[in-house]
Design a protein around this ligand. Structure first.
Ligand code: ATP
Ligand code: MG
Length: 451
């Protein structure tokens, strides 16, 4: 029975009571992205395995150890997406979008799948908010992309997070660097893990990203890519830093960030926190100027980032960030008896469809007392009870559940319209009162300042 009542290891359910937190984060991220000129893209959850092997790189941890790969019933090898970029590039290529005006900016919210050892902030199914911008190699777009990630984190009120950047150059600067790096690790071969030994020849930069503590220790003193950048890449990196300064974004240069995916070039960055243990990267990204061409397209410079939503949510909960809640129920229609219950159901339906009001009525056949308890529980702003009496006298009392005040309304053909108007007016009135209080506070504040 265990398998029927337990989700697979490394996955999480997002239940109705807490889904508002997700919706809030996703809404803020999407709104900020929209302000930066991004539009949403949706691509399949699985792709041909070859796509990830070619783009993420067959020497990476993701491809070697973490992919969910299987043959479908037609014998084709497919893989659940371990990251979002490859699918986006594939889709834009397939639909000829690189002929569109540039820059081309797209964002997505997607589940990702990696067979990893589950722990806090590390799952086998996790979610990313990601953005990709194509067509510009200007350092300004590097800064703009980083500014977008920063804007999202700022608007969500996430404290305790800082930005680290680096440049990992282009294939030209890397060929010289790789030689030096290989020589460095050759001399320390006996202490490298088996996976890294196999990386030594093909891609020694991957060793810098190894999570094995011994390898990480050796990697600390390895030659730094920043000392090997070609003139163009060095200048580009300098301009990115100047552009970030101009936008007032603070950062630290960390020459040991190399990123775990092969497609990155030049600028790479991470937003990291000290509050989530070793799962410190909340958002990570960079440039990938060679990827579109690598996948058979034209030469198109590009960059993007992926924000891990589980980590972001964990961090927000840990630091007591406020999640905007969904609006509560506007009105709960209680009822007593069969005919009144039918009327309550009809009124509820009319309020919903004709006036867009969030209305509920009793669907459990409960006592009036239990109905009101439920109305309180769901945070209904108003309630009404309909019984035989109300039907006879054609009058209903509408109760404000916060103040306890009641208002009698005629149960005539315009009832739902009047009720919807009344509730809208009350809401407006309340927000005006709140605003007035705020103004009073500020004007008092001003008076205090002006002697
Ligand atoms: P890490 O070094 O923590 O393994 P990564 O370099 O593999 O991260 P990326 O491939 O850059 O991560 O993915 C972008 C973001 O997605 C990460 O910064 C992180 O927030 C999130 N992420 C990556 N893997 C996981 C996972 N297994 N569970 C939850 N979130 C993840
Ligand atoms: Mg990883």
């Amino acid at each position: 029975m265990g398998n029927l009542t337990n989700a697979p290891r490394g996955t999480q359910d997002i239940l109705p009571v807490s889904s508002y937190k997700w919706r809030y984060i996703e809404r803020v991220a999407a709104e900020e992205a929209k302000a930066f000129g991004y539009r949403e893209i949706r691509t399949p959850v699985f792709e041909h395995t070859e796509l990830f092997v070619r783009s993420v790189g067959d020497g990476t941890d993701v491809v070697q150890k973490e992919m969910y790969t299987f043959d479908d019933r037609g014998g084709r090898s497919v893989t659940l997406k371990p990251e979002g970029t490859a699918g986006v590039v594939r889709a834009l290529l397939e639909h000829g979008c690189f002929n569109d005006p540039m820059p081309l900016k797209a964002f997505y919210i997607t589940p990702c799948f990696r067979y990893e050892k589950p722990q806090a902030g590390r799952f086998r199914e996790f979610h990313q908010f990601g953005v990709e911008a194509f067509g510009s190699s200007s350092p300004l777009i590097d800064a703009e992309t980083i500014a977008l990630a920063q804007a999202i984190l700022t608007r969500l009120g996430v404290p305790d997070i800082h930005l680290e950047i680096n440049s990992i150059g282009c294939p030209e600067c890397r060929s010289g660097y790789r030689k030096e790096l290989r020589a460095y690790f050759e001399g320390r071969k006996d202490r490298l893990c088996e996976t890294c030994l196999s990386r030594l020849d093909k891609n020694p930069m991957r060793i810098l990203d190894c999570k094995n503590p011994d390898c990480a220790e050796i990697a600390k003193d390895a030659p730094k890519i920043t000392d090997y950048l070609c003139e163009d890449c060095r200048k580009h990196f300098e301009s990115v830093r100047l552009a970030l300064d101009a936008l007032g974004i603070s950062y630290a240069v960390n020459p040991s960030i190399v990123r775990g995916l092969d497609y990155y070039t030049r600028t790479v960055f991470e937003f990291i926190t000290t509050s989530l243990g070793s799962q410190s990267a909340v958002c990570a990204g960079g440039r990938y100027d060679g990827l579109v061409e690598e996948l058979g397209g034209p030469s198109v410079p590009a960059l993007g980032f992926g924000m891990g939503l589980e980590r972001l949510l964990l961090l927000m909960e840990k630091t007591n960030c406020v999640f905007e809640e969904e609006p509560p129920c506007d009105i709960y229609f209680g009822s007593m008896g069969e005919a009144p219950a039918g009327v309550a159901a009809k009124l509820t339906a009319k309020l919903r469809t004709d006036f867009g009001v969030y209305a509920e009525c009793d669907l459990m056949g409960r006592s009036v007392k239990a109905q009101m308890k439920y109305a309180n529980k769901i945070g209904a702003r108003f309630s009404a009870i309909i019984g035989e009496n109300e039907l006879e006298q054609k009058k209903v009392s509408i109760k404000n559940m916060v103040s306890g005040e009641t208002k009698e309304m005629s149960l005539d053909k315009d009832f739902t319209e009047h009720l919807a108007d009344f509730m809208a007016y009350e809401q407006l009135y309340n927000s005006c009162e709140d605003m007035e209080k705020m103004f009073q506070m500020t004007s008092q504040g001003e008076q205090l300042e002006r002697p």
